[in-house]
Design a protein around this ligand. Structure first.
Ligand code: URA
Ligand code: CA
Length: 433
């Protein structure tokens, strides 16, 4: 087999066989195929697309390029949730203990944040003592005994994806549905769960800016998962404005605690219940979504979900008393209110711009090497559709420095106040095939 022939074949719109895809992925990962040929192949895929069969084969070739996690020693159906990334997306922190409180195993592998979106690991590390440096046996043992644990991403998971993603980044081939879908799904499949619930975000703060694109990506990922034997479904949800009120690591932990107490923001609570219900049904613990939702509400109301969060934090060395004493989470030195300059209705809160404002404070990383400040961030007081009076606090800035004029400016330019405004629909659609 010669890679030049495979490039030409894809360039001419023909379908590559499983062996040909495997040859390309393996050859590129181990260095036998150089960047310039891999770039040409990615560009050919970008323009010619891939069939469902090719997408599934590409995904499995990437899965097989490195380590995979074997979760078969954990009893029950393991359901994972993946979000394509958003601003202030606190759902994983709520969902992990919530679903585990129903005795559904949550074996979570999580990453750090980059750019304007936050990472679950960073958020959890704002709880004093919490650590993810546990070995695979401890991880499996924790999930078997307590139903929930979080581990950091293994170094050698899908090396093909790491290399291909880096190359796509510099060759104008990131925005290709088959390449994005196989990239995301390869990591989820390598992480070992039996079933996967995808939260595909759409809007300004999301990777996919329109519903059309989000639906196309969701369908591609759902088909890949189901074609390789992992029961997969997707929820398309709004990310035109940030989710909930809190954006920032410790602030989001507190928001998750509030939500587990049944006192969280309406949108975060609803999205958690929608995604959670799907997880409960995939785990075969409920017959239908309505029954699943009632079960989730019950463990919120009777305190079991919150107890599970305490247990989870303590198991991994964390100070579980933060659940009752949020003041023990990292605190910012300065709280600065941002007052409305006019009266009206909030018409728009541009999610990615707000994410950038939080990053400017130090809540997020501009590059992988940056340190982050767990205490800082933003609390929104208004969401799209809320009315405001001149002088009302729109946002509180939590900062560890007094000079925040650039952050303030960013916030003003991201929040539009007009005569009219309407809250966006949170759940756009559900994709099951
Ligand atoms: N996220 C991924 O993991 N891969 C992509 O290709 C795009 C977004
Ligand atoms: Ca939030």
């Amino acid at each position: 087999m010669r890679i030049v022939d495979l490039i030409a074949k894809k360039r001419d719109g023909k379908e590559l066989s499983a062996q040909e895809i495997e040859f390309f992925v393996k050859g590129y990962t181990d260095g036998a195929i150089p960047d310039y040929q891999a770039s040409a192949m990615m560009m050919a895929i970008y323009f010619q697309d891939m069939t469902d069969r090719e997408c599934a084969d590409l995904t499995m070739a990437m899965v097989n390029s490195g380590d995979t996690i074997d979760l078969s020693a954990i009893d029950g159906i393991k359901v994972d949730k993946h979000s394509t990334g958003g601003v202030g997306d606190t759902t994983t922190l709520v969902l992990a203990p919530l679903v585990a409180a129903l005795d559904i195993p949550v074996a979570k592998m999580s990453g750090r944040g980059l750019g304007h979106t936050g990472g679950t690991l960073d958020k959890l590390e704002s709880v004093k003592g919490f650590h993810i440096e546990i070995n695979k046996d401890e991880f499996i043992d924790l999930v078997n005994r307590h139903k929930v644990a979080v581990i950091g991403q293994s170094g050698n998971l899908t090396p093909a994806d790491k290399k291909m993603y880096a190359l796509r980044d510099v060759t104008g081939t990131v925005n290709s549905i088959p390449l994005i879908a196989s990239s995301i799904m390869s990591k989820k499949i390598a992480a070992g769960s039996d079933a996967i619930v995808l939260d595909v975000k759409t809007g300004a703060g999301a990777f996919m800016k329109t519903d059309e694109d989000a639906i196309e990506l969701a369908k591609s990922m759902v088909r890949i998962g189901n074609n390789v034997g992992r029961h997969t479904m997707a929820v398309i949800s709004d990310m035109s404005q940030p989710l909930g009120f809190a954006i920032g690591n410790a602030l989001e932990v507190q928001e998750a605690i509030d939500t587990l107490k049944g006192k969280g923001p309406a949108d975060l609570t609803e999205l958690t219940l929608v995604l959670g219900s799907q997880m409960v049904v995939l785990a075969k613990k409920a017959k239908n979504l309505e029954e699943a939702r009632q079960m989730l509400l019950e463990v919120i109301n009777n305190g079991k979900a919150l107890d599970k969060f305490r247990e989870f934090l303590a198991n991994q060395g964390g100070d579980a008393s933060v659940v009752d004493h949020p003041e023990r989470l990292p605190q910012a030195k300065f709280k600065i209110e941002v007052p409305a300059k006019t009266s009206g209705v909030v018409a728009n809160i541009i999610a990615d711009e707000i994410g950038v404002a939080a990053m400017l404070l130090g809540a997020g990383r501009a590059t992988k090497e940056d340190d982050i400040d767990l205490a800082v961030g933003l609390m929104l007081h208004k969401k799209v559709g809320d009315s405001v009076q001149l002088g009302d606090a729109l946002v509180t800035i939590y900062a560890n420095r007094e000079e925040v004029s650039s952050v303030m400016e960013k916030i003003y330019s991201s929040i539009e106040i007009a005569e009219r405004g309407q809250a966006p629909k949170l759940i756009h659609t559900v994709i099951t095939q």
